[in-house]
Design a protein around this ligand. Sequence first.
Ligand SMILES: [Fe+2]
Length: 341
Amino acid sequence: MRLAPTDARLISGIYQGRNDTVEITQPACTDPVIVNQWHVISALDEISVGAVNETLLLEERVSFTAAPDGECRVWRSTPDLPAGAAVDAAALNGAEPLPARPEFGYLWTSLGDAPAELFDLPEYHHPRRRNMNAGSVGVATSAPRAVENFLDLAHFPYVHEHSLGVLPHTEVTEYDVEIRNDEIHATRCDMMVPKVGANFDAPMVMRYRYRVPHPYCVMLFYDSLPEPSAEDVCGIWVQPMTAERVRAHNYMGVIDDTSTDTDIKAYQLLIFAQDKPILENQHPKCLPLDPRAETPIRADRSAITYRRWLSELGVTYGVIPAPGREGGAREARQRMTRQVG
Ligand SMILES: [Fe+2]
């Protein structure tokens, strides 16, 4: 595991981004499970080419840029390269580079030892698919709360009435959830939906499936309207700025020959704007992993599986570990401290 010196990870102050002001008062993330992941930090088409772009990842300031040929570089922020300054991507003025991985229209990096591969997404490459970032939205919640909310079918008729759900059709029928190949898969998720996407106009019972291939990334799939043998994909890839502050990157990959990009993005952002206040009003902001913490109902089977999966992975960042798991988390931190020291 490669980590910055301990003192460099103790940060305090105010992070001022384009759309976010975040007070950083905690030590940087000490959860090795999360440190050693790929994390999304920007949509590729939002990167200022040849200039220093800056964001916050796991309480660390991270800078990035793209060269005119599209090559991306990421590094730990340094006073020598302030946000907005011109930068030569090939040189970086000697700053410490971090891994940079452009994938699915986004830039991903890691503060630790990331796996060799990010999760796959074969649907991305369908010849008719239109892939886009519908928007990156700052939300005052934890990454696991954002993922769990996305997984929750039961809120559709209440929070997204007339778009993703309609009253009184609130029943969530039995569906399947399993952990397969180190990912969560929920299938046969049926819901009466008035308007599932920008190019859908007639209400229908939509059969969804969900996939959680990463602790902070979740996707929803449904049959595409013009090509039912393929699926549209809608995902949120959550960038943990701090344990209780995220940027939710709204990925859309749809087969749609009629809507404009603006139509597709506006519809997705309308949906997400309905979720944002719900997320920001949830307390505690970190997700409790104790199975007894919040009363489960049948519709929460995905949520229960997600919480159990995070526990089994040993995730401690953005969550309240289940009793009996704190010891494991403490040992993991001690192991990391020893390696850092
Ligand atoms: Fe929602």
